[in-house]
Design a protein around this ligand. Sequence first.
Ligand SMILES: C[S@@+](CC[C@H](N)C(=O)[O-])C[C@H]1O[C@@H](n2cnc3c(N)ncnc32)[C@H](O)[C@@H]1O
Length: 306
Amino acid sequence: MVHPHISVLLQEWLEALQNKHILTYVDCTLGAGGHAEAVLHKHPEITKFIGIDQDQHALQIAKKRLEPWKSRVQLIHSNFSELESILKESADAILIDLGVSSMQLDEKERGFSFQQEGPLDMRMDQTAELTAEEVINTFSEEELGEIFRDYGEEKRWRRAAAAVVHHRGKHPIKTTKDLVDALKPAFPSYFKKGISPYTLVFQGLRIYVNRELDVLETVLPHAIERLNPGGILGIISFHSLEDRIVKNRFREAAANRFPLDAPVDLAQPRDPIVRLVTRKPLTAGEEELKLNPRSRSAKMRIVEKL
Ligand SMILES: C[S@@+](CC[C@H](N)C(=O)[O-])C[C@H]1O[C@@H](n2cnc3c(N)ncnc32)[C@H](O)[C@@H]1O
């Protein structure tokens, strides 16, 4: 069966797991189950495989793909920020492959892409309440500007927010195309390095709707805490905002500054609790870049529990 999503940095992750004896494995972002399938093939010793995704459609696809291992696989529809309550025992390996899948991007009804017209939705979890449409039509100009600036890193955030507010005064913005039309006056001729100006605004909106940075901050200490000694945690990120969080939290855990979320005066110096397996993030090699352009921005960082 051909799967619509090509797993990124798969070989690098398999190599990191190579000499590990894994009994409990957690995939926090199961998606199409590509990493999951490869790991289950390579590690027949796995007795418990927990696969989490907040997208019910992804879980259905992964369920079929992981059928051969169904007695050992447990699928959970949840946000990985709930890891602490989902995972009762400790694990030998945990993977978090962030962001959206190709299935989500390609399905125009999900509203993630400015290249196809669809409802302005952008929820990875179809049961969540807040949609991009609500944000775009009800948030103040100032709030929209902050979203485009802080999560999109869009330099023209002020203009973009003003253009949205101006446009919605005349017509409600209901589809991805409506949003592109609203933004056009803010970016008259602005196509830098082949990146469309809408990319960053759409990125900012998606990160806000799905609280992507908050949930990452929440899961990291729990994922580290739940690892067995010698267990490893890999995180694949797709933009600098995510990678910065991962880099900083991993460095803190590898130094003597834990617990990660304690107020400064309570954070007693402790022994390092992880070893950095990757000092610099792993990125896709030439072969992978040729096969999958989406791997261009992927960065993987790995730590091992001490
Ligand atoms: C890049 S895809 C994963 C692809 C997968 N590793 C594979 O090889 O097929 C990311 C998946 O993670 C899910 N996801 C993203 N953030 C999540 C979160 N906070 N909690 C649960 N699932 C999340 C998305 O719905 C999407 O299906």
